[in-house]
Ligand binder design. Structure first.
Ligand code: ADE
Ligand code: ZN
Length: 326
């Protein structure tokens, strides 16, 4: 059997997808019309043409602008449902969705509107699509730790509807240390913990995500390759890395997909996984990430099996579900 078909057909988990990053230009325009929100672009094509990123920040500016069309609970549901249907088609059995509440509450959208819309889509996914979906609330690291505490406070009445917290947005200049107290509180509350680290930022941010925030997984983490001690630790402790190859390509973390270090991370024994990050912006959902990365870097069936296994073992699904998948 050909490799692309195997990659598409194999059951897998997705552990790094920002649900706001699944908002396709067509849905952005439909929601803008439905809600009477003005956009800076005249049509879908003009918006797509603006997706020419040079680094993380150039993407984030346009990603937050796109999210401004989300107002009602049904908008959040529709966005998540569109992604979950796609995930089901791609043989994703488990998915852990990041969401950025501060991007919405700052515009006057209630926390319950965001979480209830997303959560209802996750429930429907289990029932109607056979996809096991869970939510992870991300704090925006370009904002203050006080703002993160306020966000946590607003979300706690809905705590049964999300399983963990993460840290995303502009990495450089916003090290994990900035959020030590709020992550300590989340840990006390029993949330699962993850953080973006070592995407554009240095390997030192991966160390501090582990030692200062006590996260269980590292999102991206590709800069870990520059620190041999860190590589040994990640391998020894089995800390999963949620790697996003097409994102890394579009945000110029790697010049060319052929230079991507996923193969080296696997070779070093790390629990690396493939994920889509923001599929509507980076030119592909999960299977496209698998197919293009395998094609460019020459990975084969052995790595395909390893990546699928890593995705389930690295997930926060309960032990019984993991046994069913692995
Ligand atoms: N928010 C959405 N995508 C992100 C990424 N790749 N890095 C940091 N923050 C993000
Ligand atoms: Zn991300």
């Amino acid at each position: 059997e050909r490799l692309p078909e195997l990659l598409a057909a194999m059951p897998k988990a997705e552990l790094h997808i920002h649900i706001e990053g699944s908002l396709e230009p067509e849905l952005i325009f439909a929601l803008a019309q439905r809600n009477g929100v003005a956009l800076a672009y005249p049509d879908v094509q003009a918006l797509r043409d603006a997706y020419a990123f040079t680094n993380l920040q150039s993407f984030l500016d346009i990603y937050y602008a796109g999210a401004s069309v989300l107002i009602e609970e049904q908008d959040f549901y529709d966005m998540a449902w569109a992604y979950l249907r796609k995930a089901a088609e791609e043989n994703v059995r488990r998915t852990e969705l990041f969401f950025d509440p501060q991007t919405h509450t700052a515009r006057g959208v209630a926390m319950a509107t965001v979480i209830n819309g997303l959560h209802r889509a996750c429930e429907d996914a289990r029932e109607k699509l056979g996809v096991d979906a869970a939510l992870i609330l991300c704090f925006l690291r370009h904002l203050s730790e006080d703002a993160a505490f306020e966000t946590l406070e607003q979300a706690l009445p809905l705590r049964d509807k999300f399983i963990g917290v993460g840290l995303d947005s502009s990495e450089l200049g916003h090290p994990p240390e900035k959020f030590v107290r709020v992550f300590a509180r989340c840990r006390q509350l029993g949330f699962r913990l993850v953080a973006h680290a070592g995407e554009e930022g240095p390997a030192a941010y991966v160390w501090s995500a582990l030692d200062a925030l006590h996260v269980e997984r590292i999102d991206h983490g590709v800069q870990s390759i520059h620190d041999a001690d860190l590589m040994r630790r990640l391998a020894q402790e089995g800390i999963p890395l949620t790697v996003c190859p097409l994102s890394n390509l579009k945000l110029r973390v790697f010049e060319d997909l052929r230079q991507h270090n996923l193969g080296q991370l696997l070779e070093a024994g790390l629990v690396a996984t493939i994920n889509s990050d923001d599929p509507a912006y980076f030119g592909g959902y999960l299977n496209q990430n698998f197919i293009e990365t395998f094609d460019a870097t020459g990975l084969g069936a052995r790595q395909a099996w390893q990546l699928a296994t890593n995705s389930f073992t690295g997930s926060f699904a309960d032990a019984q579900a993991k046994r069913r998948w692995c």
